[in-house]
Write a new protein. Sequence first.
Length: 376
Amino acid sequence: MRLTPFAHALALALCCVGARAQTVVTIGYAGALTGAQAHFGKDSERGIRLAMDEINASHPVIAGKPVKFELDAQDDGADPRQATTVAQRFADNRVSAVIGHQNSGTSIAVARIYAQQHIAELTPSATNPEFTRLGFDTTFRMLANDDFLGEALSRFVSGSLQAKRVAIIDDRTAYGQGIAEVFAKQVQASGATIVAREYSSDKAFDFAVVLTRVKRADPQVIFFGGMDAQGAPMLKQMRQYAIKAPLVGGDGLCTAEMSKLAGAALDGNLYCADGGRSLSKMPGGPAFAAKFRKVYGEPVQLYAPYAYDAMMAIYRAAALAGSTEAPNIAAALHRVTFQGVTGQVSFDAHGDLRAPAATISTYHGEKKMALTEVLK
């Protein structure tokens, strides 16, 4: 049957539309989007969206087909049980990769679910070493782990602070307990004595009992394994109890939110370690910070640059594999290498960075100031 000129033109138009049709590639993101840690979760989500917008604006083509990346952002509440529900949703929906989870406890809890479906799980923030030592080839970490951070902090405490008497408190989470145990082992090896070992929770805000016991031990430094939502009130209460020892901790305390929460108590009283270079020293840090503030009207909290690089790593893996299928992306991530905003991104056999970094910082007034950088 011969087509009329109109029908012929319509058929050609439909053919061209079909040829230009984009394949939608869904990337999952899981973090705490509500609750006390929501500022971390939203920070990472924003970093991912910046990367995704840039990638989509470049009209990406993979294996000869135009693609468009979309984000499925889910709230795991920093709760391993809720995280399991989110992970199962991503697995059922066959997302191409997952950025997250935010916390060590949630990341570890769901790793097997993703591994069984051959879906890559790239955390921009979870630092417990166990995450990448579970025996799965789908786990990847975008920043230094607690072994590296704990060693950097122990050397700083023993060397720069010359502390010999150390108290340790942790919040009993996979992150807090993990980094506290690493720090305890390494600071003792440096010659310090642990004069008090106390525990709290990631829901606590009153530390009167713990700090009363710690004060009796007369430490020169108090290490806290936990997040800023607990670290800030702890620091305020340390001042109320006339405890002169500074507070020391990992990346969970090294945030922009810490200055808001702790206020004047922060000035010169906190030393913390980021699992990477300071934002100003990252290869793409200053430009990223400016772009982030322009788009969102707020400063980077902490993890946004790592989340941005996680999305870029996924895109590069898809291009390298010539596929948007999850198993192919997961396999290609082991071969990805590029200069990201945060530094050189490439992964060892476990999925950890080959060249991690750490930065020890303090706060003058409410401004975060980098003191020393530690490179592998």
